[in-house]
Design a protein around this ligand. Sequence first.
Ligand SMILES: Cc1cc2nc3c(=O)[nH]c(=O)nc-3n(C[C@H](O)[C@H](O)[C@H](O)COP(=O)(O)O)c2cc1C
Length: 224
Amino acid sequence: MKKIGALLICSVLLFSMTGCGSAASKESSDSDTSEQAIESIAESGSEMVESAEDDNDLAESTEQDVEEKTAVVCFSATGNTMAIAEMIADETDADLFEIIPAEKYTDEDLNYSDDECRANKEQNDPDARPEIENDLSAVEEYSTIYLGYPIWWGTNPRIIQTFLDIYDLSDAVIYTFCTSGGSGIEKSISDLQTLYPDLQIVTGKRLNNASENEIKEWVNSLSD
Ligand SMILES: Cc1cc2nc3c(=O)[nH]c(=O)nc-3n(C[C@H](O)[C@H](O)[C@H](O)COP(=O)(O)O)c2cc1C
């Protein structure tokens, strides 16, 4: 924009100088008019520069809106996974969000030795989507998400699917983590990747009783 302004000023100067040379005897009102024209072009040139500067300000503020931000999002029925979530949030300087079920899980609900317990019934029903109590729409603005859950019957609890169905995380890189009685996280990752092919669910780790150092190592390994 600055260049265009400068070019315009030069053209007008050239034009007015040529005009002066060929008609030196012209009335002074003519040169007044040329001077006014130059002033007006110069002014519009500086306006253009100002407007370009405004555009730059706008670009900077847009860049800030899409800056790198990390969130840890966690569902935990009995606290094990939440303890890990807090450590990851500390380590990565992330904001922590809890997925809170609208209907809390009681001990009875979680008694998986009973076929009829609520958690087992939900896991046996592929369409079960336990309701979430809290608004988690803010997570859509994060570019990196650590998603944590306990393993239930070898995979993620259905409420994780409620979460992924509601919110659009297609722009985020997602890492999962879990705690469990012994099962690995792998099946839950492949289940989620199959169900949500548009999401970037990259990798994950079972982090039972992980130390700060183990969490640090894992988190650092993701950015290598
Ligand atoms: C309904 C239900 C099913 C579970 N299924 C498994 C399983 O398949 N494999 C396993 O290793 N642990 C299983 N567990 C144990 C939990 O994964 C484990 O206790 C976990 O640390 C609980 O995390 P939380 O305290 O964050 O809820 C199950 C627990 C529940 C309640």
